[in-house]
Design a protein around this ligand. Structure first.
Ligand SMILES: Cc1cc2nc3c(=O)[nH]c(=O)nc-3n(C[C@H](O)[C@H](O)[C@H](O)COP(=O)(O)OP(=O)(O)OC[C@H]3O[C@@H](n4cnc5c(N)ncnc54)[C@H](O)[C@@H]3O)c2cc1C
Length: 431
């Protein structure tokens, strides 16, 4: 367990201060009633916020309400699909957070009353709060693809929330005959982790090349470009014959008729804009929206996401409730785990400042995102953002993208960095 002293907190140059500037803030409670924060959702955003609240101010009473006993990270779940890592390696429990003095409640939050400031759960529990932090991740717009819903997803997995869904897709890939076709249908923007569908294509292609080399992947995409586009295409050319008659991967863009309309589970076909495609394994990643509880608490706008004040991540619709992670609308930052992690720290620092009569620090955020083309060949994009005039803006000249020219040594290092990023962020969130 890691408890920060006031001196250590103010002296931190690394993780916390990378995300939040705390100048002028006395972060520890100076007497007064004990403050209570209830966090809904123990994924990347919620778990980080709960831990950092306690680290920044151990006098705060923090309750974390999480529906599941264990959390499976979406990051690296594509490696599970490729048979490159185990499910156990992406599973995290909550004992580390309990060690920080957080009350971890395994239950589903069913309502948040912004007037009475109370969260209620399926198990009949009731938690009063001074501040509530909501980080429920994403839910799916089931009505957008005819024939696809939560029940059908048990057979045609989305695997866009890791756990049982990851296993369904992995087992289907294992059971598929050599020479079979995998259909992958990513959504239009915005959605959770923009490069991840294409990382998934690469990982599955790698698996098929090794185990079922006569198989094909067809991507049915409503978009005409995607994150790290040129780097992915270059990797697919090098490893999977992309662009040749014998390519393992075919990408059907929006302009070429890639937008999907309906699914026929019995026939295992997807009807897209222009033609119909038959698959042996089908992975539909449906369009997304904020997690259900955000809707029921009245935190969402017409686009289905939660508008927030970027300095504090407090909802601009309901006071004293903060929304972080994928459910929040924090454009131009993408919906991603690293963003959820850094927004959680910004939010925690703002709440601690407020409880102690201070002003929310001026925030900045980091996003770095790795994708794999084949084992030992990874690419990355890094961006630093800052707060200016009520908006989130990219810091000019910051960050960068892996160079287009292939350099085997650099790509191997990127692959190592990707795995150490995973180890670091999961320790930062759950230990
Ligand atoms: C295949 C894939 C690969 C990815 N790779 C990367 C990557 O390499 N890097 C990166 O930065 N990001 C990556 N991401 C994105 C990242 O996983 C998400 O952006 C991140 O998990 C968002 O955090 P969150 O807290 O908003 O939601 P989540 O981490 O999904 O957490 C939400 C939690 O809330 C709980 N919950 C929901 N509703 C309730 C309720 N009513 N009551 C109680 N609990 C509730 C859920 O059980 C869940 O545990 C990837 C995503 C996918 C799908």
């Amino acid at each position: 367990m890691c408890k920060l002293t006031r001196r250590k907190f103010l002296g931190l140059g690394g993780t916390v201060l990378a995300a939040t500037s705390v100048a002028g803030v006395a972060p520890f409670a100076i007497g007064g009633a004990r403050k209570t924060v209830v966090v809904v959702g123990g994924g990347i955003g919620g778990a980080t916020a709960a831990k950092y609240l306690r680290m920044m101010d151990p006098s705060i009473d923090v309750t974390l309400i999480e529906a599941n006993t264990n959390y499976y990270t979406c990051f690296m779940s594509n490696e599970v699909l490729a048979g490159e890592r185990s499910m156990e390696s992406i599973r995290f429990g909550y004992s580390g957070l309990k060690g920080h003095g957080i009350h971890v409640v395994q239950d589903r939050a069913t309502s948040i009353d912004p007037d009475k400031r109370v969260v209620r759960t399926q198990g009949g529990q009731r938690f009063a709060y001074d501040r509530c932090i909501v980080s429920p991740g994403v839910d799916f717009r089931w009505d957008s693809i005819e024939g696809y819903d939560a029940r059908v997803a048990e057979r045609i997995p989305h695997a866009w929330k890791a756990g049982p869904q990851t296993l369904i897709l992995r087992n289907q890939l294992r059971a598929m005959r050599d020479g079979g076709t995998v259909l992958i249908a990513p959504p239009a923007n915005p959605y959770r982790c923009p490069p991840a569908p294409y990382d998934r294509v690469s990982q599955i292609a790698h698996y098929l090349k090794r185990h079922k080399p006569r198989s094909k992947i067809i991507i049915l995409d409503p978009k005409d470009r995607f994150s790290k586009f040129d780097l992915f295409l270059d990797g697919w050319k090098r490893y999977y014959g992309y662009g040749t008659d014998d390519s393992m991967i075919t990408w059907v863009s929006g302009a070429a008729g890639g937008t999907i309309e309906s699914l026929d589970v019995k026939a295992m076909t997807i009807q897209a804009d222009i033609e119909s495609f038959k698959g042996d394994v089908i992975n539909i990643i449906p369009p997304q929206k904020a997690g259900w509880i955000a809707f029921s608490a009245g935190l969402t706008n017409e686009q289905g996401w939660c508008p927030v004040d970027f300095r504090t991540f407090e909802s601009t619709i309901q006071r004293k409730i903060h929304v972080i992670g994928d459910s929040s609308q924090a454009s131009p930052m993408p919906k991603g785990g690293y963003v959820a992690n850094t927004t959680a720290k910004v939010c925690a620092a703002a709440i601690v400042a407020d409880f102690n009569g201070g002003k929310a620090p001026r925030p900045s955020w980091i996003n770095s995102c790795y994708s794999t083309l084949a084992p030992g060949d990874a690419i990355s994009a890094v961006t630093i953002y800052t707060y200016r005039d009520g908006r989130i803006v990219k810091v000019e000249g910051s960050g960068g993208l892996t160079p287009q020219e292939f350099d085997a040594g650099m790509r191997a290092r990127e692959a190592q960095y990707a795995h150490s990023w995973f180890n670091n962020i999961t320790a930062d969130v759950f230990d």
